[in-house]
Design a protein around this ligand. Structure first.
Ligand code: ADP
Length: 343
């Protein structure tokens, strides 16, 4: 892709407008292939349980800004007008930003692909209720017949368009992966569409509040069923720890936890860690953490990961009502603008 851009910039000699246009197509197709490879890799990681989520405080504006250059190139090539509508006061969310970006790109690429030249695609984000931000991608393209709306999230499902001019490259995996990624980000997907009029795809992301994120995480575990218990741990660093030490420990914890675990920063020097483990499993969870830490420390050029303490605060059945575990998330008076999830 970079080489096509270099040639297009004239680095390898003068080129004419027609050649530049064709190089744009090469670049675009290479980007599509990259996306497909990412989708296939994610599909196989999902199947083997290896796809983890690294959730932190995220500004969705940054996610959109990172995705925009590639999408703008694609929209220009297809002569589609691409508009972004995000309010400045959108609250921060708590999610894996890379995964949110992948979903956004997936939806926006589809919207551009299934919209005729001269059409319009809008990327929008707004709060939805008290707890979520909704990101929407709206197009005025070919739309989807109502009878097919449930099918499109199935793997390898593609709706044959009536218009032969529509490019059907792709193989029907993007939306099924996008839906899984949205679930890992503790949100849900939605779609509205009318054939011949256009489509509006959307996904929600929890706002950056500890209690909200935890409840959504527990709801997800309840739906997954195979994880009947959840253990809550508190991880602590000495008050004197530097921000570098804090980042080192957080990086380790994010690397260590699995997709059905949740790490939430609690303060400058503590985190809450929810793990899908029963009382009987908590000691093996801690053993595994120690083993991983020792292994990492052996090859760590910057020296060992700073010492931290970890204690199990509570173990609960995930479908327990009321959820006593949420009591650990004391309400706080002021929403905070720092990088920690507020309560
Ligand atoms: P792919 O785009 O590779 O075919 P997806 O899983 O992303 O696979 O999409 C599945 C199908 O859903 C598409 O083939 C298309 O029929 C339909 N679809 C998705 N997005 C749109 C859209 N914005 N407008 C019309 N149809 C769409």
């Amino acid at each position: 892709m970079e080489y096509a851009a270099l040639i297009s910039d004239g680095v390898a000699g003068e080129i004419n407008d027609e050649q530049r246009k064709l190089l744009g197509v090469v670049d675009d197709r290479a980007a599509d292939l990259n996306q497909m490879v990412d989708d296939i890799l994610d599909a196989s990681k999902l199947e083997s349980g290896m796809l983890s989520a690294s959730r932190t405080r995220v500004e969705l504006r940054d996610v959109v800004d990172r995705a925009l250059p590639g999408l703008e190139k694609k929209a220009e090539l297809r002569e589609v007008d691409l508009v972004v509508d995000i309010p400045d006061d959108l609250p921060a969310v708590f999610c894996d930003d890379e995964k949110a970006g992948r979903v956004l790109i997936n939806l926006a690429v589809n919207a551009i692909k299934f919209t005729r030249g001269g059409g319009k695609v809008i990327i929008r984000a707004r709060t939805s209720g008290e707890e979520e931000v909704l990101v929407e991608v709206e197009d005025n393209g070919i739309g989807i017949p109502e009878t097919k709306l449930n099918e499109i999230f199935n793997r390898f499902s593609q709706v044959k368009p009536r218009e032969t001019s529509v490019d059907m490259k792709g193989f029907g995996i993007g939306l099924s992966i996008a839906q899984e990624l949205v679930g890992l980000n503790l949100g849900a997907m939605q779609v509205e569409s009318r054939e011949g009029v256009g489509s509006r795809f959307g996904f929600t992301v929890p706002i950056n509040r500890r209690e909200v994120v935890t409840r959504k995480f527990l709801d997800r575990l309840t739906r997954l069923e195979h994880a009947p218990f959840v253990s809550l741990f508190r991880v602590k660093l000495p008050e004197s720890a530097t921000s570098l030490e804090r980042d080192d420990v957080e990086q380790f914890l994010i690397y260590f936890i699995r997709r059905n675990d949740l790490l939430i920063p609690e303060s400058e020097s503590s985190w809450l860690l929810l793990a899908s483990a029963s009382s009987a499993q908590t000691s093996s969870f801690l053993d595994r953490m120690k083993a991983d830490r020792d292994k990492l420390n052996r090859n760590r050029p910057r020296g060992p990961i700073p010492d931290f303490s970890i204690e199990c605060v509570r173990v609960e059945a995930i479908d327990a009502e009321p959820r006593m575990i949420l009591q650990e998330f004391h309400p706080c008076s002021e929403p905070s603008e720092n990088r920690y999830a507020t309560c």
